[in-house]
Design a protein around this ligand. Structure first.
Ligand code: CUA
Length: 314
């Protein structure tokens, strides 16, 4: 028997199918009556119009039946909705941070991913936080959706018994690259989840760490800078990191254009106060400050990484 991919799927589907079914019955019924009347009261067949008095019996029928139907609709919807709002206490908690334009999932052991990974058959609570504008977590297969609102603490939960990979979308238009907020939920059997959860976070091995800029590259990826900045010179929401270090750029500062050289100081200012100097051709206000999100040491590592992209000029 189909029970869906989450604990909410069958009750949401029941509500949906009931409302859809009632709508279809009325669509067919009303269309049928319209066609019947068109034929019956056609001018050729029925040349003289006549006044029809009201019918109490009919009026009671078409008031009582729809009232009962909408109350049933309310009841099945309510029954599907209320369990979604009863957040369980014994659950795996995952902090979800939405930001233009990426998702970040953080576990209580410090693990951070861009894909939501959860154990099969366990309650999972998502603690929702937005860094900038309103986003929305939408997992169609689980039949759940919840807005992520800046300045508000919100949560949602689910339990899935079917291992697999399911789409996770942003369902609230949040700007230019809204469609890029496409991620996934991976439901793993408990032992596989435990193995993943216990594995050390993907820190660099010592060989990789000796490559210049490697630590900065990991930061740029994990902090989702790459949602807007590329390494290869192509232009997204923000300027590419390629070939900028040590080169001149035209920026707008307090409404005036000026030329500056991209150096350590400029990159640091761009990270902490992104609206101070906006590179010409890019829109102001697309980036939020990373103050408090990156330490000075981490910013230095990112600058090291950007330097490694700055050698070839093209
Ligand atoms: Cu985030 Cu749309």
């Amino acid at each position: 028997m189909y029970t869906g991919y989450s604990n909410f799927a069958s009750s949401v589907d029941t509500a949906f199918l009931f409302i859809l079914g009632v709508s279809v019955i009325f669509l067919v019924g009303i269309t049928g009556v319209i066609i019947y009347f068109i034929i019956k009261y056609n001018k050729k067949r029925h040349p003289v119009a006549e006044e029809i008095e009201g019918s109490n019996k009919l009026e009671i029928i078409w008031t009582v039946i729809p009232t009962i139907l909408v109350l049933i609709m309310f009841w099945v919807g309510w029954k599907a909705y209320i369990p979604e709002r009863r957040i369980p206490k014994d659950a795996l908690q995952v902090k979800v941070t939405a930001q233009m334009w990426s998702w970040r999932f953080e576990y209580d052991n410090g693990k951070v991913t861009d894909t939501l990974i959860v154990p099969q058959g366990k309650n999972v609570v998502l603690l929702l936080k937005s860094m900038d504008v309103i986003h929305a977590v939408y997992i169609p297969a689980f039949r759940i959706k919840e807005d992520v609102v800046p300045g508000r603490e919100k949560s949602m939960w689910f339990k899935s018994d079917v291992p697999g990979t399911y789409d996770l979308f942003c369902a609230e238009y949040c700007g230019l690259r809204h469609s890029y907020m496409l991620s996934a939920v991976k439901v793993l059997p408990q032992d596989q989840f435990n193995a993943w959860f216990a594995a050390t976070p993907p820190k660099m091995d010592s060989a990789a760490a000796s490559v210049p800029g490697a630590a900065g590259k990991l930061l740029v990826q994990s902090k989702a800078c790459i949602a807007c900045h590329t390494f290869d010179g192509s232009k997204l929401v923000g300027p590419s990191f390629k070939g900028i270090f040590g080169h001149k750029v035209t920026v707008e500062t307090d409404g005036k254009e000026r030329e500056i050289v991209v150096n350590e100081e400029y990159i640091k200012r761009s990270i902490l106060d992104p609206t101070a100097d906006v590179v010409k051709g890019f829109q102001k206000g697309q980036m939020v400050s990373y103050k408090g999100q990156l330490t000075d040491d981490e910013i230095a590592k990112i600058i090291e990484f950007i330097k490694t992209l700055g050698d070839e000029k093209d």
